[in-house]
Ligand binder design. Structure first.
Ligand code: ADP
Ligand code: MG
Length: 344
């Protein structure tokens, strides 16, 4: 065999950054999730999102805004206002911590940022390309908060762009994401619309979980909801959520889980909960389940996945077991209440 020995070279920074960006931003919905989390981190109470052709167009919030001095470096990788020491990761309360989202977006799309803090007398607007500021930020009129415009996602990544689904499928993923954040954050008003049409979704500021479920999923689900709350001092968790009672069932399983306010996947918990409902629901039917699990942040590792959609946590099996046992009791209670009610 005669193969040429490879020469090892260091990759160019631009190549490194674009590869990293591709890990964080796999499709429009990942970019949007990062932007929503930034707006929540910035204490926004109103987040408006506009989508164009299944991709992003803009997100506007009324949060703290970005200081003019920070415009220069904000889109470089690993620039963040949220984390300084590695140890801080253990108790991080913000969604962001790696300073990668805006950098990643600027490597795979045309990004522009307009922002005003309460200290500034006007807003500033700037465009970014491959992590770098293009020209000086321009002053303009604007309200406190931030507008992020993201256009031509994956313009420089042909294969990634081709792998996207149709605009309506990408939009559906975005819609699902926004509904989940709206239900979990009912004090924040969310609005979602397609470019040139009216809002598809609007939740008011200072709403509550059930009202937002009603607005988004309709009365049938909302009126079948029961509150589910467990606190477990030994396993150091607190779970709050809303689940449908056994009178409700649907072909589609709606399950979403936030762990320490992050929307995450947890297949183990999802399946165990569905299995319990199977005793009560007609075959191939499922419940609606929204859960918010608070764990001691020292027991969670949020940094296991580039899109942060998976987290690792200690005592996972025991926690799932404890949740499913409590759920069984809860459903048994709601079921006997139903029997009692119909007999009366
Ligand atoms: P991270 O969220 O991990 O810090 P990002 O790239 O998402 O990294 O954002 C970089 C920084 O930009 C944040 O730390 C924050 O200071 C600022 N920022 C981003 N989006 C907003 C926003 N909507 N409002 C205020 N500040 C923001
Ligand atoms: Mg962020």
């Amino acid at each position: 065999m005669c193969g040429k020995v490879g020469v090892i070279k260091k990759l160019d920074n631009d190549v490194i950054n674009r590869i990293a960006a591709g890990e964080v931003i796999q499709r429009p919905v990942n970019a949007l999730k990062e932007l929503i989390e930034n707006s929540l981190d910035a204490k926004s109470t109103n987040i408006q999102i506009t989508i164009k052709n299944g991709g992003l167009k803009l997100l506007q919030d009324n949060g703290t805004g970005i200081r003019k001095e920070d415009f220069e470096i904000i889109c470089e990788r690993f620039t963040t206002s949220k984390l300084t020491e590695f140890e801080d990761l253990q108790k991080i309360a913000t969604f962001g911590f790696r300073g990668e989202a805006l950098a990643s977006i600027s490597h795979v799309a045309h990004l522009s940022i307009t922002s005003k803090t309460k200290m500034d007398i006007c807003a500033y607007q700037a465009e970014y390309n491959d992590g770098k500021l293009k020209g000086q930020p321009k002053p303009l009129a604007g309200n406190q908060g931030t507008v992020i415009t993201v256009e031509d996602l994956f313009y420089n990544m042909t294969v990634r762009k081709q792998a996207l689904r149709t605009p309506s499928e990408e939009y559906q993923k975005i819609y699902d994401l926004v509904t989940k954040y709206a239900i979990h954050n009912p004090t924040v008003g969310f609005a979602l619309k397609k470019h040139t049409s009216s809002n598809d979704l609007r939740t008011p500021i200072n709403s509550n979980h059930i009202e937002n479920v009603r607005l988004i999923y309709g009365n049938t689900i909302a009126s079948g909801l029961i509150e589910f709350h467990i606190e477990n001092k030994d396993l150091e968790f607190n779970l709050k959520g809303y689940i449908t009672n056994v009178n409700y069932s649907h072909k589609k399983y709606q399950f979403f889980l936030f762990i320490n306010n992050r929307l995450v996947d947890c297949q183990g918990l999802k399946k165990s909960i569905d299995a319990i409902y199977q005793t009560y629901l007609p075959k191939n039917n499922h419940p609606f389940v929204y859960l918010s699990l608070e764990l001691n942040s020292y027991n969670v590792d949020v940094n296991v996945h580039p899109t942060k959609h998976e987290v690792n946590f200690l005592n996972e099996a025991e926690i799932i077991e404890s949740i499913t046992t409590a759920l069984e009791e809860k459903l048994l209670g709601s079921n006997s209440a139903r029997i009692f009610y119909t007999q009366a």
